[in-house]
Design a protein around this ligand. Sequence first.
Ligand code: ATP
Length: 209
Amino acid sequence: MNRIKTVLFGGTFDPVHTGHTAVAASAAGIIGADKVIFVPAKQSPLKTVRPAASDKDRLQMIALAIADNPKFETSDYELRKPGPSFTIETVRFFKTALGSNAEIYWLMGADNLDELAGWYKAAELIDECNLAVMYRAGFDKPDFSRFKKSLGEKRVAKLEKNVVATPLVDVSSTEIRKKIAAGEDVSKFVCPSVKNYISKHKLYIQQEP
Ligand code: ATP
C-alpha cells in the first residue's frame, strides 16, 4: 500500500506571504504529497526576537492565505506548547497523530541551511523524516557537502535526494514588515485577504528596532 505523503511546513509566518504558498504548492507537486500542514512556530529556538504579530494573528493569516488550496491545512500544535518548539518534537507528534501509513516531509528554505548543524537532534530529524530543502531567492542552491563530517555521508545523501527545486520567489516576511512600517503597498507579496487582515488589525505599522 502506498504511504500517504504529508508535508509539514514550519516557520514564523510573520506574516505568511505569496512566497510561502507558492513554494509549498510547488514542493507538494514535486514530492507528490497529499497535504501540506503549515505549522506556525511560537518562537524559533534559534531566534531571540519574538514574532511581531501575535500567535492568533499569524494563525488567522495562514488560514486566510491557504483557504483556496484544498491540500493546505494549518495546525496550532506548536503555538499551544509552552516555550519554543523543536522540529524533532513536532515531527514525532505528527508521526504519532497521523499513524504509520504517513510518510512525513519537513520543508525548509535553503536560507536555513547554515543553522541546520545547530538544530536540536539534527541527525535524528534527518533519520526520522524527509527533510526537504527548497531553493530560495538570494541564496545558493543547497549544498550539503560541509555536513559530511558532522552528519555522515548517508544523511547527506538523503538530504540531497530530498532537495526540492522550487521556483525562486523573491519575498520575505522581514521585507513585508519593513514595507508596511514605511507605509508602502504590499499587495504583490500577500494575498488580498491577508492584506485586509493586516490593515484591519493595524499589524506591522511600527518600525522594528
Ligand atoms: P523572515 O523574513 O521573518 O525571516 P521568512 O520570509 O523567511 O521570514 P519564515 O516564516 O521564517 O519566513 O519562513 C518559513 C519557511 O519558509 C523557512 O523554512 C523559509 O526558509 C521558507 N521560506 C520563506 N520564504 C520563502 C521563499 N520566498 N522561498 C522559499 N522558501 C521560503
